[in-house]
Design a protein around this ligand. Structure first.
Ligand code: C5P
Length: 315
């Protein structure tokens, strides 16, 4: 029986700015998101019994209807008007869970792409993106991948038009016992920083323009020529999560010791943290420098590179 395999990459936030609160309760954001080569793998095969079965090699991940893979399958089936369709899906989980790396959103995107192909539905990429946006704010980005400006709830993508951003080295760290709930992080932001929230579309657009024309995009457009220092990276959720989580403070302090790091930040709502380097070798060397410190403090770490790939069917 035909099996389809889809890769689902993790993302990091190179910029996460909370602009304000929206009438729908979500936050209006201005972000730069970037996919990395840390991927989950989703294998899908058809079944004849109208079931959507999910299994995973990580027992702690829920595989019931709360998983975005199952939600994506149910939505796609409903929109296609073919309730008899079924699939068995197995997830090889490599992206840490509850880490601010959009692993769950990327998995949901992989289910949309994989099941569309498996069931021969023929939905256009645009139709899949629209379904993705209903399922999760980060999911449209996970389908597209690469390096993009993300506005609105995160679902409004704007490609970076300057020269393609370079393939940077990424040293990613996370403490295995620590995770952050995204609604909690946004709730803390609302409680502590809403006096700074902007309220008009004009002000939002001014901040978007500042990001488009600012030093981060300039650094990205410099390609591999990293002769000028990178600007500090902004993550407004880091400002509220870091004071609450000693493990985030400790991880950032370790990464900030690395002399060759271009920049250091938390990704998304955390608690994963990363340092950027001009190439993969730089990240690998940094990992060697900190290997003992990571072991002593119990951090997991990954040496990665930035990629231009979103969710992809394996040929
Ligand atoms: O869209 P997603 O399901 O990923 O969002 C999870 C939660 O994160 C939302 O329920 C909301 O509490 C918070 N969130 C937000 N503003 C955003 C994105 C997420 O407040 N732009």
């Amino acid at each position: 029986m035909a099996t389809i395999t889809v890769t689902a990459p993790a993302k990091i936030n190179l910029h996460l700015e909370v602009l304000g609160q929206r009438p729908d309760g979500f936050h209006e954001l201005a972000m730069v998101m970037q996919t990395i080569d840390l991927v989950d793998v989703l294998e899908l095969s058809p079944t004849a019994d109208a079931s959507l079965e999910l299994s995973c090699d990580q027992p702690e991940l829920p595989t019931d209807g709360s998983n975005l893979i199952v939600k994506a399958g149910a939505l796609l089936r409903e929109r296609s008007g073919l309730p008899e369709l079924g699939a068995r899906m197995h997830l090889r989980k490599r992206i840490p869970i509850g880490a601010g790396l959009a692993g769950g959103s990327s998995n949901g995107g992989a289910a949309l792409v994989g099941l569309n192909a498996l069931w021969g539905l023929g939905h256009t990429p645009e139709a899949l993106v629209a379904m993705a946006a209903e399922l999760g704010s980060d999911m449209p980005f996970c389908l597209a991948g690469g390096c993009q400006l993300c506005f609105g709830r995160g679902e409004v993508l704007e490609p970076i038009t300057a020269s393609p951003p370079p393939s940077l080295g990424v040293l990613l760290v996370k403490h295995p016992q620590s995770s952050v709930s995204t609604p909690w992080a946004y709730g803390r932001c609302q409680a502590l920083r809403s006096d700074r929230y902007l309220s008009s579309e004009l002000e939002f657009e001014q901040r978007r323009t500042a990001l488009r024309q600012g030093p981060l995009l300039e650094a990205l457009s410099r390609g591999g020529q990293q002769t000028v220092a990178w600007p500090p990276l902004r993550n407004d959720l880091q400002l509220v999560v870091e004071p609450e989580l000693p493990v985030v403070q400790q991880g950032l302090a370790l990464l900030r010791q690395l002399p060759d790091a271009l920049a250091v930040a938390m990704s998304g709502s955390g608690p994963s943290l990363y340092a950027l380097f001009k190439d993969r070798q730089g990240a690998a060397q940094a990992e060697q420098v900190l290997a003992d410190a990571f072991e002593q403090s119990g951090f997991d770490c990954w040496v990665c590179t930035t990629t231009s790939c979103g969710v992809s069917v394996v040929p």
